[in-house]
Design a protein around this ligand. Structure first.
Ligand code: HQG
Length: 180
């Protein structure tokens, strides 16, 4: 994906995950907003304009599915810091899920477990490969945790799937984590 589309995608994520107020839009409880309203307000605020065609191009060319267009609405699939309810109900997760992070964070995580920090949920990856990519944002040689997701779910954890292979959960206790 070229530089311009990446920049627009980052702005879109910023607005839909963290600061809809910045461009004067309101999200519903699931994080949805009318697509045409978003486009209009986005273009009033930012210099580089966006359109439905450009958003669909971003969605097609991205390494990850970050947004969903459903009917006349758009929402970010994950990553929120503003409180939103998951649109998909919790489901039984696969046996294992993964989380990639820095060595610095891993030191705390082995004792404290995974906490949601600044976002609404802890974000887990469906595959070790995805977790490595996530972890590389913070550390060139990230630490990868394997999570006993099924066991954690059986002991009461609610796991929310997304269409992008990211799983959302409230927390993961240290007993369900192992460095691989
Ligand atoms: C760490 C991106 C200390 C956690 C990615 C992580 C992902 C702790 C950081 C998505 C901790 C939070 C989310 C504890 C967790 N002590 N540190 N007890 N528990 N942490 O960015 O999972 O490209 O909120 O390990 O690819 O890194 O933007 O979460 O390092 O899918 O679409 O606290 O965002 O997607 O960082 O990333 P984040 P994340 P996009």
């Amino acid at each position: 994906m070229d530089h311009q589309l990446t920049r627009l995608s980052k702005r879109l994520s910023y607005v839909l995950r963290h600061h809809p107020d910045k461009i004067g839009i309101q999200l519903d409880r699931y994080g949805r907003v009318d697509l045409q309203t978003l486009i209009q307000k986005f273009n009033q605020h930012f210099g580089t304009p966006i359109s439905e065609k450009i958003i669909r191009e971003i969605m097609k060319k991205s390494d990850k599915q970050r947004y969903a267009i459903e009917g006349h609405t758009i929402r970010a699939l994950y990553g929120h810091s503003i409180p939103v309810d998951p649109l998909t109900p919790p489901t039984v997760p696969p046996e294992k899920l993964y989380h990639g992070t820095s060595h610095a964070a891993a030191k705390f995580i082995v004792d404290e477990g995974l906490k949601k920090m600044d976002r609404d949920f802890v974000h887990l990856s469906a595959t070790p490969k995805m977790a490595i990519e996530v972890g590389k944002r913070r550390d060139p040689l990230p630490v990868i945790f394997e999570i006993e997701a099924r066991k954690a779910a059986l002991s009461g954890g609610l796991f929310y799937p997304t269409e992008s292979g990211v799983w959302l959960v409230d927390k993961v206790l240290a007993q369900f984590l192992k460095v691989i």
